[in-house]
Design a protein around this ligand. Structure first.
Ligand SMILES: [Zn+2]
Length: 694
């Protein structure tokens, strides 16, 4: 999986070893699952096949808060407890058994119903799953332990207006009276956390890998279909580069990707089905600031590293995340070039060094390590290793490791022993410094980074940050010379901020003239006070192909030049921005607080901004809307109710935002009184939360 906004948010994976793995091997699950979108419930007919390894009288599947409706196997006794389904019999070693039953449940997590219960009319609802860290056993009896791999063949019964996407091959779609039955089949076994389903108003774009061996399905919400090219740009190259670099053919039947609303992470690598956050759905302009290449490559790399070979436990989590991060970087190197590759490595080395210098460095083989360690230190570990043993040995070892352990579970030793088998280079220091050392070896990384000319220049320029402009003029000037480099140009601009404007002006002029959108974006990011003499240059930022730049520039221009506010608002009235409508939201807010601008539309404009707090919208949109409404200090009763809905949102960052905003509002008497007057409209859960907190 790939976390987006919080690198330090620990990854929770199962560390609890059940002894059951020595007693039973679950082989196959065949199930028909009905997803009830009205009651938000799941019911199913479920059949499991297992082989007994040691005589026993009971085995179990994990199953959280499930009701057993009917037992369909005669010889095996089936019972439920709070978090398990038990199968009882006098089971004999080497025998294979089948158990069949019907069950239902109301999943508290793992399966999410999004966009229901909303007053927004053109809303489209979705249902999707997130198994890793959340446990598939909340909606499907399965194993929380990653070490027993199962072949899952699941049919989904879903209302007719949904497209259903799941693991494996869709064999048939059958029409029933009030629903469609989607029949999926898998050929190979996988860990239960990789089971996935997504339902929604999706349309499919089809392609195939360049080798022709793998069908590729790419989905988008039907309203986003115009963004297909820009969202999935490079999808075939990404697939091809990974197959080439890894040296082992893509191991599954097909590959599908679907963006969903309110996803918990950036992306998740369910077997054959990567689910990713809708925020990566971009148009051509959005692509410049926020593209799906890295996340796409990262999740696809997991189809080998994580799905084909799976860690035995989280001590070896880097075998998933370090490898996926590393191979995604190799993909980006081919697409975006060497400078990009080295700059990304430089950035992660900086982050790791800062942490390490604070004494907070972590061993790679630490089951409780942060994501920064598993992902970035993991990737660096592979960069160092390849440099040490050479490309040939490295590539061959990776290939041997995957082939020897395919469809099984692995430990770090399993990978290292393949490297050791092929190289004469002693690896003791490497193991000590990179696998078992908490301090980050930044000197070693610097030697690699300095193989790249850009990084050498960048480090020289960055070393001037504390020096006054007068003493480094020629270096700033040179960094902005044609053809400007993105990274050097941005660094030069950031060093200008805080300098005497008269002195800095010629360099700002030069930076504007580079016409490089990232260099110009650095100006929008760092120059909030705009001198009159740079006004027209600054205004030209509103035409840049970057929604980040446009949002910043609009706000800064509006603040600096009140006499031109109408002109700026007119000019940007049609710009929406990213999926989270960043520019649109700012525009609506500025419209409202520019008192003489479109006064006749005030109510309509407010209504448009205000409705974006609804659960019918993505949490990113809602967060912007709440933020702006707070700034203009105007909440409708509906906004308060929407905020209460947010305090239980599955995305923890948004949930936290809503709770903090609620705390702030409750400190103000006017808001607090209005909120109190609404308590009777809260749900029971909301009422309890509210009354306990205030
Ligand atoms: Zn990942």
């Amino acid at each position: 999986m790939k976390l987006l906004l919080s690198l330090f948010f620990a990854v929770f994976t199962s560390t609890c070893f059940s002894q059951q793995i020595e007693i039973v091997d679950f082989k196959k699950i065949n199930a028909t699952i009905k997803i009830d979108t009205i009651q938000q419930k799941v019911s199913g007919t479920f059949e499991v096949e297992f082989e007994i390894l040691k005589d026993t009288d009971s085995v179990f599947l994990d199953a959280k808060a499930m009701n057993l409706n009917e037992v369909l196997s005669e010889k095996i006794k089936i019972t439920t407890s709070a978090d398990k389904i038990w199968f009882k019999n006098s089971f004999k070693a080497k025998e294979t058994y089948q158990a069949k039953f019907k069950y239902e449940c109301e999943p508290k997590q793992t399966l999410y119903f999004v966009g229901f219960n909303t007053y927004v009319s053109n809303n489209s609802s979705q249902v999707w799953s997130q198994g890793q860290g959340k446990y598939t056993s909340h909606w499907l009896p399965s194993l929380d332990d990653m070490n027993d791999k199962i072949v899952f063949n699941i049919n989904y019964a879903a209302p007719k207006n949904y497209e259903v996407i799941a693991n494996g091959i869709l064999n048939r779609k059958r029409q029933r009276n009030d629903f469609n039955l989607w029949e999926f089949e898998m050929k190979k076994p996988m860990s239960s956390y990789l089971v996935a389903v997504a339902m929604g108003d999706f349309i499919k774009f089809e392609s195939q890998s360049i080798s022709g061996n793998t069908p590729i399905g790419m989905y988008l919400s039907s309203q986003d279909k115009a963004n297909f090219e820009s969202t999935y740009k490079y999808h075939q190259q990404i697939f091809n580069i990974l197959e080439d670099e890894i040296g082992v053919k893509y191991p599954w039947e097909n590959f599908k990707q679907v963006p969903v609303r309110d996803f918990l992470y950036a992306g998740m690598e369910n077997t054959t089905l990567n689910i990713f956050s809708e925020e990566f759905v971009v148009d051509e302009i959005g692509f410049n600031d926020r593209n799906f290449v890295n996340v796409q490559a990262h999740e696809l790399a997991h189809q080998w590293f994580g799905n084909l070979v799976t860690e035995t436990d989280s001590e070896h989590h880097w075998l998933h995340e370090g490898f996926a991060t590393y191979y995604a970087l190799l993909v980006e190197k081919e697409i975006f070039g060497d400078d990009y590759f080295y700059y990304k490595l430089y950035e992660s080395a900086e982050q790791l060094k800062v942490l390490s210098d604070q004494g907070k460095g972590e061993k790679l083989l630490n089951s409780k390590a942060s994501s920064l360690t598993f992902y970035q230190k993991g990737a660096w570990t592979l960069v160092i290793l390849k440099n040490l043993v050479g490309e040939y040995v490295f590539n061959q070892a990776v290939k041997n490791y995957l082939e020897k352990h395919k469809f099984q579970n692995v430990k770090t030793e399993d990978f290292m022993s393949e490297v050791e088998a092929l190289t004469q280079v002693p690896l003791d220091d490497f193991k000590k410094n990179w696998l078992n050392q908490s301090a980050f070896q930044s000197k070693e990384t610097l030697e690699i980074l300095e193989q790249n000319e850009l990084i050498k220049k960048y480090l020289k320029l960055a070393a001037l940050r504390e020096i006054g402009l007068n003493e480094k003029k020629e270096f700033i000037d040179e960094a902005l010379d044609f053809p400007v480099n993105d990274y050097l140009g941005q660094e030069a601009v950031y060093q200008l901020s805080g300098e005497n404007l008269e002195l800095a002006k010629p360099y700002y002029k030069k930076a504007f003239e580079t016409n490089n959108i990232y260099v110009r974006q650095a100006i929008a990011n760092s120059m909030t006070k705009i001198p009159k003499s740079l006004q027209s240059e600054y205004e030209s930022l509103l035409t840049d192909e970057s929604y980040v730049t446009i949002e910043k520039a609009l706000l800064n221009l509006w603040q600096n030049f009140p006499e031109n506010r109408h002109e700026y608002l007119d000019f940007t009235s049609d710009v929406i921005g990213f999926q989270d409508k960043n520019v649109r939201m700012l525009w609506l807010t500025l419209n409202l607080i520019t008192s003489d601008y479109q006064p006749e539309l005030e109510q309509e404009v407010f209504a448009r901004l205000s409705q974006y707090t609804s659960p019918g919208y993505a949490y990113q949109i809602r967060e912007h809307a709440f933020g702006y409404l707070y700034q203009i200090n105007t909440f409708t009763f509906q906004n308060y109710l929407d905020l209460m809905e947010g305090v239980f949102h599955p995305v923890w960052r948004f949930r936290k935002f809503c709770r903090e905003l609620l705390d702030t509002l409750n400190k103000d008497q006017v808001h607090a009184n209005k909120l109190k007057s609404l308590v009777n409209q809260f749900s029971e859960k909301q009422k309890t939360f509210f009354n306990n907190r205030y």
